[in-house]
Design a protein around this ligand. Structure first.
Ligand SMILES: [Zn+2]
Length: 189
């Protein structure tokens, strides 16, 4: 089942998300709905705050990427903690399903060490690099209440202000269901 994606400006995107336990109600359904929602919007990652839940959960699927090594990269990250970021800084043009129509270069380190639980509550401590690290860092920011646009210069953010305002109001064209914080009632659903 597809869920509406929360748009830029909603306070849930600014909350530091909470850990969950294995007793979290209907967790497997939520995970499955998050994948459905992400695929429908042609995304490669989706974090729980983006569907309105301030919990430490995100899903990633890079298996459609042409790059070798990602053929089976479909993963669920529960209660993740980035333990270390290292390597070299690199720029990549990022976008976000909660911030449609804005894509900007973001500089991040290329290697991370992450501890997390998977959907079967098996704990992992793993090193990722390149695109996998990039997407994990982006989704991890979501569960910390941060957005990729926070990393832009104040000048760049000022230049994008009218676009941010349009997104908050839902005055944009987007081909998946969203929930806009400042939309008039008729537009919310
Ligand atoms: Zn995002």
């Amino acid at each position: 089942m597809k869920l509406p994606i929360v748009a830029y400006g909603d306070p849930v995107l600014r909350k530091k998300a909470e850990n969950i336990s294995a007793e979290y109600p209907e967790l497997q359904t939520l995970i499955s709905n998050m994948f459905d929602t992400m695929y429908n919007a042609s995304g490669v990652g989706l974090a729980a705050p983006q569907v309105g839940l301030a919990i430490r959960l995100f899903v990633i699927d890079l298996s459609d990427k042409d790059e070798p090594g990602y053929e089976n990269f479909k993963k669920v990250f529960i209660n993740a903690t980035i333990l270390e970021e290292k390597g070299v800084l690199w720029d990549f043009n990022e976008g976000c399903l909660s911030i449609p129509d804005i894509r900007e270069d973001v500089r991040r380190l290329d290697t991370i060490v992450v501890s997390y639980y998977d959907e079967n509550w098996v704990q992992h401590e793993e090193t990722f690099n390149g695109m996998a690290a990039r997407v994990i860092q982006h989704e991890y920011d979501h569960i910390e209440g941060k957005l990729f646009t926070d990393k832009l210069s104040p000048l760049r953010r000022a230049m994008l202000k009218s676009k941010f305002d349009a997104i908050k109001k839902g005055a944009i064209k987007v081909d998946y269901k969203m929930k806009f914080p400042l939309a008039s009632k008729g537009k919310k659903k």
